[in-house]
Design a binder for this molecule. Structure first.
Ligand code: ACO
Length: 375
């Protein structure tokens, strides 16, 4: 194997073809099925984007109506999934709760014994509809409140905020949350999507592939970074403390959460949009504390290093201003990314070859075996 080029972390390795999502890391462009994420973020509902990712086309009005109606009807959870979420210990990590609920939902899915493409598509719809219900139900339980049943009159974004708080969200919150869902819906072969595709490529079922993805998203180098950004802001405390705190962290070679990206060599376009939303929400709430802190962090980091904010840098502040607790930031990422995971799993099923790379072996060779009682 030594003559084969090895790239640590598979950096810049092309591991397959896909028609779903394009990232231009140099120019800072993100495109779903040919449409720029800036156009989609401002003008589409999350449901439209799910349809686009799966079908390759934006729906017309009647297609969207039918699609949304089917999705909406799928929001309630199977009773055993609901019972599981209500029985978990209080200190359960919400991503662990979600991973376990997704896995259990696979057993109770009406198509659980059918792995045909059509059945997998229906499973994907159920998961897009039910992941928000799982996340909200567990959080309500965790806070000591009764879960709120989904409201079929509300969009997916509005309904999630409603199930979380029991109140219909203000129009600005619903709009901003919908935009955040659109921005997080897909991102090519990020770690969790790659995990989903590797799992799906064995031709196992869609729930197994999504369970892999949820576990992968949880890590602080991936979806867990948005929560860590808010932890960092809390530790820093004040704008005046930004410079000394960051200088100390950088001197200790600590990673600054919400900065850097494997693909973007400039600002992540999602961060640019979320920065504006963070400002708008902060201004409306007359609370620009997070925004001012984030801007001070960004300016100081960029004065010191060629590092740019990624999507996780501003998303936490947006969610916090909507009253979403920080332990839910990564599950909220999953509420959106379930769209991309399932689009990629379905694409993998359509053009499958098992994904089985090689390792560059660096261990010992030709050792002499010593039987157990002689060691
Ligand atoms: N803070 C400080 N330095 C950094 C950071 C950071 N956030 N990110 C990269 N660097 C530095 C590294 O120390 C390294 O410097 P060196 O060459 O002097 O050793 C160089 O930049 C390259 O960094 P790598 O970690 O090798 O880059 P990689 O592509 O492997 O990792 C990653 C990308 C994981 C996103 C990394 O930038 C990071 O850990 N960021 C913080 C966590 C984060 O925000 N994750 C969210 C990513 S977006 C998402 O998953 C939704």
């Amino acid at each position: 194997m030594s003559d084969v080029e090895f790239k640590e972390g598979l950096e810049d390795v092309v591991a397959g073809t896909s028609e779903i999502c394009f990232i231009d890391g140099k120019e800072g462009r993100l495109v779903y099925r040919g449409y720029s994420v800036e156009d989609l973020a401002e003008q589409t509902s999350f449901e439209e984007v799910v349809y686009l990712l799966w079908e390759g086309q934006l729906p017309n009005r009647s297609q969207l109506q039918d699609f949304t109606k089917t999705l909406t009807a799928m929001r309630p959870l199977a009773q055993p999934v609901y019972d599981l979420l209500m029985s978990l210990p209080d200190d359960t990590n919400p991503m662990d709760a979600l991973r376990t609920a997704v896995s259990l939902a696979g057993i109770y899915d009406p198509d659980s014994h059918d792995n045909s493409y059509e059945a997998s598509y229906r499973k994907a719809m159920r998961l897009v509809a039910q992941v928000p219900t799982m996340v909200a139900a567990f959080e309500r339980h965790h806070q000591g409140h009764d879960p709120v049943a989904p409201d079929a009159q509300l969009s997916l974004a509005e309904n999630f905020l409603y199930m979380l708080t029991g109140k219909r969200p203000p129009a600005l919150d619903a709009h901003v949350f919908n935009t955040a869902l659109v921005l997080h819906a897909d991102h090519e072969l990020n770690a969790s999507t790659f995990a989903a595709r590797v799992t799906a490529a064995t031709l196992t079922d869609l729930y197994s592939a999504v369970t892999s993805a949820v576990g992968t998203l949880k890590g602080p180098l991936h979806g867990g970074a948005n929560e860590q950004v808010m932890v960092m802001l809390e530790k820093i405390g004040t704008v005046d403390n930004v410079k000394p705190w960051l200088d100390h962290a950088l001197a200790n070679r600590e990673k600054i959460m919400g900065f850097g990206h494997r693909v973007y060599k400039t600002e992540d376009p999602r961060a640019t949009i979320l920065r504006r939303l963070s400002h708008d929400l902060g201004e409306k709430a007359q609370n620009l504390h997070y925004y001012d802190m984030l801007e001070a962090v960004r300016q100081h980091i960029q004065a010191k290093k060629a590092l740019y904010p990624n999507v996780d840098f501003y998303s936490g502040s947006v969610y916090a201003l909507m009253g979403i607790p920080s332990e839910l930031f990564t599950p909220v990422f999953a509420v959106s990314r379930i769209a991309g995971w399932t689009a990629h799993i379905l694409e993998q099923y359509r053009h499958n070859r098992i994904i089985r790379p090689r390792a560059d072996y660096t261990g010992p060779e030709h050792r002499t075996f010593v039987p157990l009682d002689q060691r």
